[in-house]
Design a protein around this ligand. Structure first.
Ligand SMILES: Cc1ncc(COP(=O)(O)O)c(C=O)c1O
Length: 392
C-alpha cells in the first residue's frame, strides 16, 4: 500500500519516471551508449542522438538549440547561471535575488558574495510574492544580475515574472529564472519570456534524476564552471549522458503535450482545487502561499502547502505530521526536501512573516499527472485521523 504512486504526494521533491521516459532511456542505452565525442560510428550515433534531442528540446521550449547547455540538474544549472554569467564583472557588483530562493541559489549567491559582490534579497509578502515596485530602484548600478525563483517549491507561489522581466529589460540587467518547479506545469516559450537564462531539471516532471539544462538568450556570455573536454560548446565539460538527455526531452514532450491538450493549463489543477477545498474544512489546517481560488495564475497548479495547528492554535511540527501520514501510507513533505533532514524553521515561511514555530509546521502536498479523484476520498480522512491524534 505504501508504495502505490497514487499515494505519492511529494512531486515537488521528485517524481517517478514515466514509462515513455524509461523506454527512451532504454532505447538510448542500447543504441546511443557511446561517447558522443568519439570519431567512430558508435560515437557518431551517440552524437547524432544528442543533437536530435537538443533540437527537439529547443523546438518545444522555444529557444535556440545552440543555447541549450545540458547540466547534471537544477543545482548545477543555477550555479552556471549565477557564477558563469557576468563573469567579467568586477567585485562590488550587485546580485538581486528574493528571500524565498532554493538553497542552490543561496549557495551560488554566497559564492558571489565571497568574491566581493553584494547580494540583496527582495522581501516577499505573506503569500510569498515579491513586489516588482521594490525591485525597480534596485536595478540601478551596481546591479549586474537578477535571479528569481519562478515557482517556489515550498509554498508554490509563482512570481510575477513578466513584470520582473520587463523591469530588468528596461534597466538592461540580465535576469536568470529558476524554473525548476514550473517546467512541466506551464507551457514554456523561452523566446517570449523576458529572461536571459532559465534553469530546469528533468526529475520534477517524470524525467530521470541527474539531468537538467540552462537555456540562454543569444548574446549572453557564459564562463564555464567545469573545464575539461570542451563538451556543450565548451560551456560545460563532461561526457554527455545521452540516455538521460533523451529521458529529459521525453519528459518535456509528455508534459508539454499534456498542457497543449488542455489549452495550456495543467489538467491536475481542478483536482488540486477540490482537494484543497476539502482539506481547508478542517479547523486545524490553513493554506500558506497564494490561494489558487483567488489567483490561480500565482500558484503552481499541482501544489498545496498547509500549516497545521492543534485545537489551541499551536503549530504542529510538520515532520511529525509527515511521519504520521506515512504510517497511513501517504508520502507528503514538510518544507523543501533539501532542508527536511534538519529540524529548523523554514526560511521561506520566516520570510513570509510566520513565526519560528509556525515555520516548522509546514506541510506540502504536491500532485502528479497520474493522480485521480480517488485521492479526494482517501487523503482527507487520513489527515483527519492524524490530526485527531493531536486533539481534533
Ligand atoms: C526551485 C528549485 N530549484 C532548484 C532545485 C534543484 O534541482 P536539482 O535537484 O535538479 O538539482 C530544486 C529541487 O528541489 C527546486 O525545487
Amino acid at each position: 500500500m505504501g508504495h502505490d504512486p497514487l499515494r505519492y504526494l511529494d512531486c515537488s521533491a521528485t517524481t517517478p519516471m514515466a514509462p515513455a521516459v524509461q523506454a527512451a532511456l532504454l532505447r538510448c542505452q542500447a543504441e546511443a551508449w557511446a561517447n558522443p565525442s568519439s570519431l567512430h560510428g558508435f560515437g557518431l550515433a551517440a552524437a547524432e542522438e544528442l543533437e536530435r534531442q537538443r533540437q527537439r528540446l529547443a523546438a518545444m521550449l522555444g529557444c535556440d538549440a545552440g543555447r541549450v547547455v545540458f547540466t547534471s540538474g537544477g543545482t548545477e544549472a543555477i550555479h552556471l547561471a549565477l557564477l558563469g554569467t557576468c563573469s567579467g564583472v568586477a567585485s562590488g557588483a550587485r546580485l538581486v535575488t528574493t528571500a524565498v530562493e532554493h538553497p542552490a541559489t543561496l549557495a551560488a549567491a554566497e559564492q558571489r558574495r565571497r568574491a566581493g559582490w553584494q547580494v540583496l534579497q527582495l522581501p516577499v509578502d505573506r503569500r510569498g510574492l515579491v513586489d516588482p515596485d521594490q525591485l525597480r530602484p534596485l536595478l540601478a548600478p551596481p546591479t549586474a544580475l537578477v535571479s528569481v525563483i519562478w515557482g517556489q517549491s515550498e509554498v508554490g507561489s509563482l512570481q510575477p515574472l513578466h513584470e520582473i522581466g520587463a523591469l530588468c529589460r528596461q534597466a538592461g540587467v540580465p535576469l536568470h529564472v529558476d524554473a525548476v518547479q514550473v517546467v512541466g506545469h506551464r507551457p514554456i516559450q523561452f523566446d517570449c519570456l523576458p529572461v536571459d537564462a532559465l534553469s530546469l531539471t528533468a526529475h520534477k516532471l517524470q524525467g530521470p534524476r541527474g539531468i537538467g539544462a540552462l537555456l540562454l538568450r543569444d548574446g549572453v556570455t557564459l564562463e564555464p564552471q567545469l573545464g575539461g573536454g570542451g563538451q556543450e560548446g565548451g560551456l560545460r565539460a563532461g561526457t554527455e549522458p545521452v540516455d538521460l538527455v533523451a529521458g529529459l526531452v521525453e519528459a518535456v514532450a509528455l508534459s508539454q503535450g499534456r498542457l497543449s491538450q488542455h489549452g495550456g493549463r495543467d489538467p491536475i489543477a481542478p483536482l488540486r482545487d477540490q482537494l484543497l477545498e476539502r482539506l481547508l474544512l478542517h479547523p486545524g489546517l490553513e493554506l500558506t502561499g497564494v490561494d489558487p481560488r483567488l489567483d490561480s495564475d500565482a500558484r503552481l497548479p499541482h501544489h498545496i502547502s498547509l500549516l497545521a495547528r492543534d485545537p489551541e492554535g499551536r503549530p504542529l511540527p510538520g515532520r511529525q505530521l509527515v511521519h504520521a501520514l506515512w504510517r497511513q501510507g501517504f508520502a507528503v513533505s514538510s518544507g523543501s526536501a533539501c532542508s527536511s533532514g534538519q529540524q529548523r524553521p523554514s526560511p521561506t515561511l520566516l520570510a513570509m512573516g510566520y513565526g519560528p514555530e509556525e515555520a516548522q509546521a509546514g506541510l506540502r502536498i504536491s500532485l502528479g499527472p497520474w493522480h485521480t479523484d480517488t485521492l479526494l476520498e482517501q487523503l482527507p480522512p487520513a489527515i483527519d485521523q492524524v490530526l485527531a491524534a493531536f486533539g481534533f
